[in-house]
Design a binder for this molecule. Structure first.
Ligand code: XLS
Ligand code: NI
Ligand code: NI
Length: 436
């Protein structure tokens, strides 16, 4: 029985098409900067929102019509969802997906039972991957939903919780490896605090560092070579998450000796919750060699939480792709739609509109970014802006040939700095608009 029989296979029809079930910009085989759009973007569907989201919110019950889902926590329901999920991704033409252990398979009455459930569902996932050629972008462990995690996971005050998490991540990593996952994500769901009066920050962060080092050791033990990704987020569900933004995560990775094994998974709505733009977070991570993957979504300027909407803003996607291209692409990462349809978008069709829109917005962002790079005007401007560093005193400073004494001598003799030039912000904003 097909869950999406009324919906055609989504194909590329070009910008003139008025078919809502077609791509107008995402043309997987089109070559941009020497690489296909498929390989640049590596789109991924998330299991948790797309196949487990039901539209409920803190004020209201489920709203979404998902006829295949009986609402139960049974293995049969989980296996049926796998079938539907792959049918969806196949129709959409999306090459990757991502999941948490507990999205795909139900929590059991004991850890052993949870593991066994996951094994059974992984069999089905593996079969469907083989049938369709759809691959696993990343796996992760949900260590925030169950009540045992009320004080956090690896940062819990309860040592048993740390041990439980080790067992859970061990299993999730094994399953990710078995399914050929190209990355493994750590999002610190409740790794943070609600109140500093009852919190030993030093101890909690040390525990997190120790936990991730154990994960690195275990990946070596089993030969899992996928990239490890930390996903920064400043708050929600806790008031302050330890992985608050790219800079905080990179400092943490350096402090605990994890820099060569980890990169970052940057999410738009988390960047904006942290008071940064997505472009800032991507550029900062890229500059430190830590740009791994993105969770593509968007927030709402008027709402202060993680609304996880599908991205449709061309400035957002163009800026994201400018930075991704600047650092040579996402490597083993991808553009993962950590996004959900609105509670009011109750039909199955809405899942298609949402993903088609996000994929088209990123395809267009890619083309815009490539056009800006091909024109070269922006790069030229930036090169000129820093040209004082290419010769004379600038080049000598960068080469390490100066200290405070020599620079003081230099400036005493010169008396005043060379004249500053305009930053031309408005000119550049107008320039970018020529490509949008
Ligand atoms: C929540 C996070 C989460 C991670 C995966 O805000 O975005 O969905 O991506 O655990
Ligand atoms: Ni995310
Ligand atoms: Ni999020």
């Amino acid at each position: 029985m097909s869950a999406f029989s009324s919906i055609p296979k989504i194909g590329y029809e070009g910008p003139e098409s008025d078919n809502p079930f077609a791509f107008r910009w995402y043309n997987p085989d089109e070559i941009v900067e020497g690489k296909s759009m498929r390989d640049h973007l590596r789109f991924s569907v998330v299991y948790w929102h797309t196949f487990r989201g039901n539209g409920s919110d803190p004020f209201g019950m489920p709203t979404l019509d998902r006829p295949w889902d009986d609402g139960s926590n049974s293995i049969d329901n989980a296996l049926n969802r796998v079938r539907v999920a792959f049918e969806f991704m196949e129709k959409l033409g999306c090459p990757y997906y991502a999941f948490h252990d507990r999205d795909v398979s139900p929590e059991g009455a004991s850890l052993a039972e949870s593991h066994a459930n996951l094994d059974r569902v992984a069999d089905a996932l593996e079969q469907q991957q083989q049938r369709t050629g759809i691959k696993l972008l990343w796996g992760t462990a949900n260590m925030f939903t169950h009540p045992r995690y009320l004080h956090g996971a690896a940062t819990s005050c309860n040592a048993d919780v740390f041990a439980y998490c080790a067992a859970q991540v061990k299993k999730a990593m094994e399953i990710t490896k078995r399914l050929g996952g190209e990355n493994y994500v750590f999002w610190g769901g409740r790794e943070g605090y609600m109140n500093l009066y009852n919190t030993d920050i030093k101890r909690e962060i040390d525990h997190l560092g120790q936990f991730l080092n154990m994960a690195v050791d275990y990946s070596k033990e089993i030969g899992f070579e996928g990239t490890f990704l930390i996903e920064p987020k400043p708050k929600e569900p806790t008031k302050h998450q330890y992985d608050s933004d790219a800079a905080a995560c990179i400092n943490f990775l350096r402090a605990y000796g994890l820099m060569d094994r980890f990169k970052l998974n940057i999410e738009t709505n988390h960047a904006t919750l942290a008071g940064h733009s997505m472009m800032h977070e991507l550029d900062y991570a890229g500059a430190q060699g830590c740009l791994g993957s993105i969770d593509a979504n968007t927030g709402d300027l008027l709402l202060g939480w993680d609304t996880d909407q599908f991205p449709t803003d061309l400035y957002l996607t163009a800026q994201s792709m400018m930075i991704i291209l600047k650092y040579g692409g996402l490597g083993s990462g991808g553009v993962n739609f950590d996004a959900k349809v609105r509670r009011e978008s109750i039909d199955v069709e809405d899942l298609f509109h949402a993903h088609i829109g996000g994929m088209d917005a990123f395809a267009r962002g890619l083309k815009i970014a490539a056009a800006i790079r091909a024109d070269g005007g922006l790069q030229q401007f930036v090169d000129d802006r820093y040209s004082s560093w290419n010769t004379g005193v600038g080049a000598d400073i960068e080469a390490g040939k100066h200290d405070f004494n020599s620079l003081s001598d230099y400036m005493m003799e010169k008396g005043e700095v060379d004249a500053n030039k305009s930053g031309r912000q408005e000119y550049l904003e107008n320039y970018i608009n020529r490509f949008i």
